[in-house]
Ligand binder design. Structure first.
Ligand code: KG4
Ligand code: ZN
Length: 386
């Protein structure tokens, strides 16, 4: 099955074309095309993502990225004639009327390209920034009209979960415990079977990635802060530093539930550095000690969940698992349990991407018995839950 997938939930604009077959728990995936543009540089100066700027950038970048992905897949065959009817063009204009002239760009780009052999279009419908999500959704619907292809809405967090299936040649065993750690989410999710989700615990305030970003900003590191903090922390770790000079807390580590909280940790950093002009070595200490505090909490809560719920596979996904120290710590954790396997995404699929959206779409199509899988209307849902 060939799936074209689109992701625009935050500040990454991405289009992929996958040739995906086999079982939902161990699909065989060929990545035919993959084009991604990160808006990080644009949002860097504001220290975070501005929804309307993200929207404008998605609208600008989606058509060329689409063309690039089609080209990589070898699907950019020129016909030399306009293949769209007046009715199609009118419909597309209406669907994309609020997306900064993208309708005309799309039609211009695609009007003399053969319909590609794509079976399904998959698009992120939430959670995320609604203005940003709408661009992806409307472009997906427009492509569906132009090429007469069905469009499947996908939950971005489900995408993160399924991101671990890429390049894994084995069947994931259930029950699965997933720890999702990203810029907007921190949650522990239990799945007895494919596509069943029970949220065991989640953050009561900031998401873990958000805490990384905010602490980075406090110590004058650029956005996104996660990779920056992790780079400084690693340098300190390599130097043999083990101290805890700054004494940061491990919020909720002893609470009986599986919820998280990171705003207290963030505030503790803020108070610790108040009025101080930090030296480079102090910034490294803070990065290291903050990363240690976050790791302790994530490991401890996941351990508790693993003790409470019989689990065969632990999935840790979302942008924050790009963090090498966290990966090592989870590798160590699973050795405490018998018959438990750890799944983390490949590096390029840890942060936001469209490949994971295509994989999730395949798994849904293969498994779901729900009639409403193909809803007539697709709506962006900023707070969509699993
Ligand atoms: O999944 P993602 O790309 O976007 C969301 O869905 O939110 O996650 C982005 C988050 C950001 O907060 C970023 O700082 C964090 O992932 N991140 C990291 C690392 N790389 C990205 N956090 C810690 N260590 C990293 N190496
Ligand atoms: Zn994400």
């Amino acid at each position: 099955m060939k799936i074209l997938s689109i992701e625009t939930s935050c500040d990454e604009t991405a289009v992929s074309i996958l040739d995906i077959n086999g079982k939902a728990t161990s699909p065989k995936i060929l990545l035919l095309g993959n084009a991604l543009f990160s808006q990080v540089k644009i949002h860097e100066k504001y220290g975070g993502v501005f929804p309307n700027i993200a929207k404008r950038e998605h609208a600008k970048n989606l058509p060329p990225l689409l063309l690039k992905a089609l080209d990589q897949a070898g699907f950019e065959k020129r016909t030399g004639r306009n293949q769209f009817t007046k009715n199609q063009i009118k419909k597309v204009g209406k669907i994309l009327e609020r997306e900064y002239g993208v309708a005309q760009t799309l039609i211009d780009l695609l009007s003399n390209i053969e319909k590609p052999p794509i079976d399904i279009i998959a698009v992120t419908k939430g959670p995320g920034l609604e203005p940003a999500l709408w661009v992806g959704i409307n472009v997906a619907i427009a492509l569906g009209v132009l090429w007469n292809i069905k469009v499947l809405p996908i939950n971005h967090m489900e995408g993160h979960i399924f991101s671990v299936l890429y390049k894994k040649n084995e069947d994931i065993k259930f029950p699965v415990l997933s720890l999702l750690i990203s810029g907007g989410h921190t949650e522990l999710v239990y799945s007895k079977s494919l596509l069943s989700y029970k949220i065991l615990g989640e953050t009561r305030d900031d998401a873990v990635g958000e805490a990384f970003d905010k602490v980075a900003r406090m110590i004058s590191l650029p956005y996104p802060g996660g990779p920056q903090i992790s780079r400084l922390a690693e340098r300190k770790r390599k130097s043999g530093y083990k101290k805890s000079l700054w004494g940061f807390p491990r919020p909720m580590i002893h609470s009986k539930d599986l919820d998280f909280s990171f705003s207290g940790l963030k505030t503790a950093v803020l108070y610790a550095i108040k009025g101080k002009k930090l030296k480079k070595s102090q910034k490294e200490e803070i990065a290291f000690e903050f990363e240690e505090a976050v790791t302790d909490v994530l490991i401890s809560k996941t351990r508790s969940a693993l003790k409470m719920f019989p689990t065969r596979s632990l999935i840790v996904a979302g942008g924050v698992i790009a963090n090498k120290h966290l990966q090592k710590s989870f590798n160590k954790l699973i050795r405490e349990f018998n018959n438990l396997k750890l799944y983390v995404p490949e590096k390029e699929l840890a942060t936001d991407n469209s490949v994971m959206i295509g994989i999730a779409a395949f798994c849904k199509i293969k498994t779901s018995t729900k009639k409403n899988l193909w809803s007539k209307k697709i709506k962006a849902e900023g707070n969509l839950r699993l």
